[in-house]
Design a protein around this ligand. Structure first.
Ligand code: 5GP
Length: 193
């Protein structure tokens, strides 16, 4: 069991609606030492990939991405959630449905910060149904850049995102894959990796 899985068992709380709450160490209060360990592990898993940029999505991916970026020595860009104004021209845009809030957001990245020759590592805290990642992939493709890999802290393996993303052929590295979780008992079971 890796340190993220151990921490989830210690401090994660299973909520109704297939939501795992990890706000004491991952996406509200943030354990930077843990993020640094995650960065080391992803650096190993993406060995040999010539990554030039990390792309994440506002808000909870940003903290993780910034610490992890120190292991890759590349800049972090985050897709911003924006009001639906006409941003075509200077921005790449994608529509992303929020798993936790159930609303749709337009996310934007300035054309200045993604180039055709960029080899991008996508990072996010969770993978559920894959909407956030598919939005980020769409933005990278619009820039003519390449998705080199995808780094997810916690994949919920019982939801469809992981299968969709792997079927598209991407190297998806999730540090913890939750196979089952029960909001009555609080039990969490991980997929063996
Ligand atoms: P997806 O787009 O893959 O359906 O959901 C991923 C996004 O929803 C992530 O960016 C994450 O912020 C949020 N999310 C999905 N599942 C969970 C969860 O169980 N707990 C928390 N805290 N956030 C989640």
């Amino acid at each position: 069991m890796n340190c993220l899985e151990e921490r989830i068992l210690k401090d994660g709380i299973v909520k109704e609606g297939n939501v795992l709450k990890v706000d004491s160490f991952l996406n509200h209060q943030m354990d930077i030492t843990l993020f640094d360990e995650m960065g080391k592990e992803w650096k190993k898993r993406f060995e040999g990939k010539n990554i030039t940029k990390i792309l994440t999505i506002e808000a909870s991916g940003i903290g993780i991405a910034c610490v992890v970026a120190q292991h890759f020595g590349v800049p972090v860009v985050f897709a911003k959630k924006a009001k639906s104004i006409n941003l075509e021209g200077e921005m790449y845009t994608a529509e992303v449905e929020s798993f936790t809030h159930k609303n749709k957001n337009q996310v934007i990245v300035s054309k200045k910060f993604l180039q055709e020759n960029d080899r991008v590592l996508l990072i996010d805290d969770f993978l559920a149904n894959g909407c956030a990642l598919l939005g980020l992939i769409q933005i990278v493709q619009a820039a003519g850049a390449t998705v080199e890999g995808i780094a997810i802290a916690i994949e919920k393996g019982f939801q469809s995102g992981g299968r969709i993303i792997r079927n598209l052929g991407y190297q998806l590295e999730s540090l913890a894959i939750v196979e089952e979780m029960n909001c009555q008992t609080g039990e969490i079971v991980f997929r063996k990796q």
